[in-house]
Design a protein around this ligand. Sequence first.
Ligand code: GLC
Length: 416
Amino acid sequence: MTDGAAGREATVASDLRDRVRAVMEAHWREVDGHGFTVPNATVYPWQWLWDSCFHSIIWAELGDGDRAIRELESLFAHQDDDGFVPHVTHHGDPGFHADFWGRRGTSSITQPPMYGHALAELERRGIDVPTDLVDRARAGLEFLFRVRRRDDESGLITVVHPWETGADNSPRWDDFCPGGFDVTRWKQVKGDLLSTVERTPGGAPVANPAFPVAPVSFNALVAFNAWELGHLASEDDEPLWGMGRILLELSVRVDDRWDEGLATWVDGGPSAGGSGRARTSDAILATLTRGPEDREARAFAELFEPLAFGAAYGPTQVHRAEPSFDPRGYWRGATWPQVNYLHWVSALAPGREHGRRLHAEADRIAASTVAGATASGLAEYWHPDTGAGLGAVPQSWTGLALVLAAEPQQTREAPG
Ligand code: GLC
């Protein structure tokens, strides 16, 4: 690299840092003693579960350990005694959508439990993680592992609603939209699906006979977060040993879902022979569970293949050969920065057992994500070929691009 190119890169990184800091500051809220970041001031004015885990990492990257911790403390403020963590919290307005959710203050479904990774990441960055937060994160993961209904055949954890996956319009759920996917019809179906959720006596969501899907992406994220949280355990910290069990059991079950012909992992449940086979980028997050090396290599290669997920501002969310592929569509083909971040994490793999760090792949994902975040004005998601912003602009989690731009990968160590 010439000095000029290095200088230009440094300017891009520092401009990005200023921009991300400004967005995060503008999106920070103090309500009733809770501090958290809204994903977007108008479109998403509440606290969302997996968003907040990403926000916490961004605050840590910005050097604000206090907000990094407070973001997670606010997230767990309405955790149920049985461990369930709601996916949206309406801080300061408990009546908001209370009829819709059947519960005051929060939603009544969950989202990918990224808090295991967030806490491990804070610790790797030298931030003191309160024991209470570790206990809450453990209870959240145990709830999913022990209380959540499993799919009989695959043994994978089921979700009770498409919203729980964080990817509600993904083609993976198309079998559940009568007559095939249609945005308006699907919106109606999503509303209706809340009425069939089965709950514990305390109200925690356990199963949904009308949507008994066991996504590989969700299960891989549960396993990965258990792995990450397990690394916060001290030797005499017996409760955290259970995290290893979650990781091992779910990793084997996820790996069983590999389909050689499709070069992806297929969901468990009734859509396994249908839409559960759609090739999506989030299904490739199964690499987070550390399966056989040759599968991982094939799956990663797909992310860069121009006829598959490859794109200048990509990867795309949906494989280009899928009939559902729509580069502008919400969860139908556009690029999502938090999914890219997770691919990058997977490539660099804190704790990768066999020293299998994919530096070249990580660099490519970082470069296309930073380019997309910049071109789109920190949009929620963007067009994979042009970088044109889509959805809410600006969106807090797109600040993850700063983590990708900032971190020298050679110095990223596995947790001890
Ligand atoms: C959208 C996304 C979801 C995210 C939420 C808040 O609903 O699909 O993953 O958590 O916005 O940003």
